[in-house]
Design a protein. Structure first.
Ligand SMILES: *Cc1c(COP(=O)(O)O)cnc(C)c1O
Length: 357
């Protein structure tokens, strides 16, 4: 099987090997050490400012998005949500559920956020901003630094969902001034799903410590307190956290976050070059490195997904909702190579010969 979806993605041999081991008991100095190393590499790779902290959540990244909304905002806030697709819309829903007053900046699928559009909200009494740096549903990459400058000017608490952007697109938490960075185990971290990470800037740490949260599991102050000894309040996904440790160490040995981001960028560029010979159109105007959404000029996007899965052992990523039949996505994160791209292009060419596109 070759997996070109945007999560879960292909894991390295080393990560797979750790997954085949027995899962150890975790209230030990040895496991704490693994957690401290995980934290230090995550802070390094996200370029977090000095004094930042990371907490490891056993839930999918949506759980961490929800934790961020619950711990960082309340009904006394008024936030801006960049809503350019299904992940932006998820923040909108979370604000509704948790009674956080918001205004959504709604963008068309594939449309980027311009400075002009954002500055329509300048000086209007907002307290925070939430954005998915790579809106994975449309593959649009927003400008984290342009948004960060706006947040600094307006004194906004700045939450970045980097779930699919972390380790795939350049992101400098200190430079863009983000207070919260969220990522997950099954995207560019290329581990099995089940764990996610929240990085808090010093301002984020302060905010979370003073929050009044009506939740036991999603109380980030409790997570922070436990992380002081390299632990979590409740039993974490021990096996996945050990796999994350293997993966972060692997990236560090191979040159760190910038080298991994360059590798993903080259994987994306190679695919985008090769697919040009086939009858497809690109959807996004400022594409993220992690994923390429493509629109088939002939044939049904969902049928192409099914054909590739059932007859070629290749998984691409179907789109949900309104774009189900018109757009599919090809991921570039995880352990994929340029040869894998060629294999996919050859399969598409074969589908073309068979009259399916
Ligand atoms: C994948 C993804 C998520 C959440 O994923 P889960 O399915 O909850 O792990 C959130 N935001 C973005 C931008 C994503 O790509």
């Amino acid at each position: 099987m070759i997996n070109f979806t945007v999560g879960p993605v292909m894991c390295s041999e080393e990560v797979c090997a750790v997954g085949g081991e027995q899962v150890p008991y975790f209230r030990t100095p040895e496991f704490s050490e693994i957690m401290f190393e995980n934290e230090s590499l995550i802070l390094k790779f996200s370029k977090a400012p000095k004094g930042s902290k990371a907490v490891f959540m056993t839930c999918s990244s949506t759980g961490s998005m929800e934790a961020a909304v619950m711990n960082c905002f309340s009904s006394r806030d008024k936030v801006i949500v960049i809503d350019g697709g299904s992940f932006g819309h998820r923040f909108v829903k979370l604000c509704e559920i948790h009674d956080v007053p918001y205004d959504a900046v709604t963008l068309e699928p594939g449309q980027s956020l311009t400075k002009e559009r954002l500055y329509e909200y300048d000086g209007s009494g907002y307290t925070g901003l939430l954005v998915n740096i790579d809106e994975t549903s449309t593959g649009v990459l927003y400008d984290s630094e342009m948004i960060g400058e706006f947040c600094r000017k307006n004194g906004l608490f700045y939450v970045c969902d980097c779930v699919s952007a972390f380790l795939a697109d350049p992101f400098d938490m200190a430079r863009c001034g983000a207070d919260v960075m969220i990522t997950g185990s099954q995207k560019a971290l290329a581990c099995p799903p089940g764990a996610s990470v929240i990085v808090l800037s010093p301002r984020g740490v302060e905010r979370v410590k003073n929050a009044q949260v009506r939740s036991m599991y999603f109380d980030l102050a409790d997570s922070l307190k436990n992380m002081e000894r390299g632990q979590t309040p409740f039993t974490p996904a021990v096996g996945i956290l050990r796999q994350i440790h293997a993966r972060l160490s692997e990236i560090e040995r191979a040159g760190g976050a910038d080298a991994e981001i360059a590798r993903v960028a080259s994987q994306a560029a190679d695919f985008r070059r090769k697919i040009k010979e086939l009858p497809f159109e690109f959807v996004s105007r400022s594409p993220a490195n992690g994923v390429t959404p493509v629109h088939p000029l002939h044939g049904d996007a969902y049928e192409i997904f099914t054909e590739l899965k059932d007859h070629y052992g290749i998984w691409i990523c179907p789109n949900g909702g309104e774009m189900k039949n018109t757009v599919f996505r090809v991921g570039h994160i995880g352990c994929l190579t340029h040869e894998d791209n060629t294999t996919l292009i050859n399969a598409l060419r074969d589908l073309q010969l068979r009259g399916k596109l």
